[in-house]
Design a protein around this ligand. Sequence first.
Ligand code: NAI
Ligand code: MG
Length: 368
Amino acid sequence: SPLRIALVPGDGIGKEVIPAAQRVMEAVAPGKFTFVTLDAGFELFKKTGVALPEATVEKMKECDGALFGAVSSPTHKVEGYSSPIVALRKALDLYANVRPVYTAGPAKDGKLGKHGVTPLGKPIDMVIVRENTECLYVKRERLFQDSAGEKIAYADRQISERASRRIGRLAFNLAVTRGRVREEKKATGAPIYWTSKPRVTIVHKSNVLSITDGLFRETVRAVQSEERSFADVDVNEQIVDSMVYRLFRDPENFDVLVAPNLYGDIISDGAAALVGSLGLIPSANVGDSFCMGEPVHGSAPDIEGKGIANPIASVRSAALLLEHLGLVPESVKLISAVDAVLNTDLLTPDLGGKSTTKEVTDAIIKEL
Ligand code: NAI
Ligand code: MG
C-alpha cells in the first residue's frame, strides 16, 4: 500500500515550494505515495486564533513521514502565538535537525559548474546535525525591572546529558554511514569530495559556558566509546565563533558537525551562503521513528506570491525523506536530477537566473 505523506505548506513561499516538492515525489516514485495536506502557520492563526491545530498533529502521527514548508513568525510577542514548527518537533519528538550543505555534483562533461564550488573555489560536502529540543529554545524567558526601574530580561538554557547523548549518537552514526557511502561511490568511480576518514566536529563554547556547553561537549565525546564502528571516526571540536570563521575560510575541512540548537541554527544559515542560496538547503527533522523534511529557509515574504521561490531546498528535503523511508535509489536519483539542473542556466533569481519555481520544477522532473 502507498506510503502516507503529510504536507504542511504553512505560510508565504511554503505554499509554493511544497506543492513543487510533491510533484517531484510523484514523478520519482509514481503511485508510491498518498498525500494529505495539513494546516498550520501564522496566516491560520490570524484567521482562527490557532497556529497548530490538534488535528494537524494527530493526522501527521498517522502518516509515514512529512514535509513542512515554512511558517512566518512575528519578531514581537503575539499573545497566544507560538511557532508551529517548534511545537511539531516536540510533539513528534524529532530531536535532530539534519542539514546537509553540499555543492552540486559535476555536469555531464565531468566538470564542476558554477554551483559545484564555494566562493573560494572548492567543492564541499558537510552535514550539520543540530540538536532540536533544548538549548535556549526551551523558551523560558522572563522580564523584570531592576531597582532603577530599567528592564532586564533573562532566558534559561537547558542542556541535558540525555539529549546530548542521542544527538551525539546520531552524529556518529551519520559519519559512519557517510563514510560507507563514500567507499561505495569510490568503487563506482563517482566523484567524492571528502577523502579523509569520517570526522565529527563538536561545536560549542565551553571556554565560556563551561557547565552547559561543557556538558554537551563531554557527553558527545563519550559517545565514541559506545560502539566499535565509532572508533574510526576522527573526533575534533571547534568553538562556535571560530567555527563561523572556518566555515567561510576552509569549509572543505568539515564532514559532520554537531551542535546545540542555537549554534546549529546560526551556522547552518551561514553555511547556506557557501553554496549560493538558502533556497538550496534542505533539512530533515528526525526522531527514532519519524522524519519530517523541511527546507531551512523561512516564508520569504519579500518574494512571496511572485512564483520565483527556489524549489530545490524543498525537493532536496523530499530526497532526505525518501532516504528515511528506505527509498534510497529514488532519493539518489532525485539528488542527481537536482545537480543536473544546477549545472544549467535554468535557475531562479536567488541563484542569478530568470526562471520560475514551475520551470525549475519541470526541469527537475524532466531530468528524472
Ligand atoms: P527567509 O529564509 O524567509 O528569507 C531570507 C532571504 O532568503 C530572503 O531574502 C528570501 O527571499 C531568501 N530566500 C529564502 N528562501 C528562498 C527560496 N526558496 N528561494 C529564493 N529565495 C529565498 O528568512 P527571514 O526573512 O529571516 O524570515 C522570514 C519569515 O520566515 C519570518 O517570519 C521567520 O520567522 C520565518 N522563518 C521560518 C522558518 C521555518 O518555518 N522553519 C525558518 C526561518 C524563518
Ligand atoms: Mg533558522
